[in-house]
Design a protein around this ligand. Structure first.
Ligand SMILES: Nc1ncnc2c1ncn2[C@@H]1O[C@H](COP(=O)(O)OP(=O)(O)OP(=O)(O)O)[C@@H](O)[C@H]1O
Ligand SMILES: [Mg+2]
Length: 310
């Protein structure tokens, strides 16, 4: 959505993160999915790039292998890694880094294992200690196997990244990083974002305040949710009041979770069965058996209907 509206309501946060980054800290932006971590990171990178003595590598891949390749490519193109270190043709070492065409060597580099790539990347970072910033769009998926690599990156370069969850099995990495939480957008910023989107896309809405109020309330400060609601409505030729009412109605639907009811029912049946056996009460025994049969068969129908509004 940022490409339509521009970045809204994050000036203070971007300034704060940039300040921390300039101090040389490793930074982790955290917050729920869609809250806007990546766009804040983008804005911070733009500001950091202005300082030309640092090499800023922006890694957008989410899979480990892809991330390693992107780092290798960045180092190669900035001249900090020789092609021969990636087992590429030695003659390429003579070329000006700017003349290296990644597309032509990508396939060959892609054949390297993560271990080979690590063996090329870590020494190159150490040889250029303090000169490289690695900005990774998402580190949520880091696994314990990759922990050593990322810790080595932290030792030699500056790491700036995002995660929507800090998995405990890689806690050592999170300890190295200063966490900055990306909060939900304020209602004013969310309203400004919705209004800007409507202006930019030329959406026709019968009652803009009603519509904006509704989407802002539903999105609850999450820009991705806001983007989804707006994109959904912009498919309509005109958003009239009936459509807004319809959206409200759909949003008002609550789902009832039957799980606890089922657990209590089954526990009572099992309890009754033991009670009947213990006290020798045949009638209770038969009754509990019948209730069990009813509960088990009702379960199928209840779960089938559970998605309906109540
Ligand atoms: N402040 C903002 N102004 C305008 N658009 C925004 C803003 N924040 C986020 N967006 C838009 O909202 C969407 C989600 O943002 P983004 O991808 O940065 O979230 P995220 O927190 O990185 O999500 P994920 O956890 O899925 O990676 C994107 O389309 C982005 O352009
Ligand atoms: Mg993201």
């Amino acid at each position: 959505m940022k490409h339509i509206t521009g970045l809204i309501g994050r000036d203070d946060l971007v300034a704060k993160v940039t300040r921390e980054a300039r101090k040389g800290r490793h930074i982790l932006l955290t917050g729920p999915v869609g809250v806007g971590k990546s766009v804040v990171l983008d804005a911070v990178i733009d500001r950091l790039i202005v300082r030309s003595d640092l090499v800023v590598l922006h890694v957008n891949e989410h899979q480990a292998k892809g991330q390693f390749l992107e780092i290798a490519r960045g180092l190669l193109e900035s001249g900090l890694l020789k092609p021969s270190a990636l087992e590429l043709n030695d003659e390429l070492d003579e070329l000006d880094p700017a003349a290296i065409q990644w597309l032509r060597i990508k396939r060959q580099a892609g054949r390297l294992s993560i271990r080979d790539l690590t063996a090329a990347i870590v020494p190159a970072l150490h040889a250029n200690k303090g000169r490289v910033i690695i900005a990774v769009d998402d580190l949520t998926g880091v696994t314990p196997t990759l922990l050593a690599f990322w810790l080595a990156v932290c030792d030699a370069a500056q790491l700036i990244s995002c995660a929507n969850e800090k998995r405990k099995n890689v806690a050592k990495l999170w300890w190295k990083m200063t966490e900055i939480e990306v909060p939900p957008l304020s209602p004013e910023s969310a309203r400004a974002l919705a209004q800007e989107y409507m202006t930019q896309t030329g959406m026709l809405v019968e009652s803009p305040p009603l519509f904006v109020g509704h989407v802002v309330q539903q999105a609850n400060g999450n820009p991705q949710a806001l983007a989804d609601l707006l994109a959904d409505s912009s498919k309509e030729r005109v958003v009239d009041k009936a459509r807004i009412r319809e959206m409200r109605h759909a949003a008002g639907v609550r789902y009832f979770d039957f799980t606890p009811v089922m657990i209590i029912a089954l526990a009572s049946v099992v309890g009754a069965r033991y009670l009947a056996i213990g006290t020798g009460d045949t009638e209770l025994y038969i009754f509990a058996g019948m209730v069990a049969a009813v509960v088990i068969s009702a379960r199928v129908f209840i779960f089938r209907g559970a998605g309906k509004a109540n």
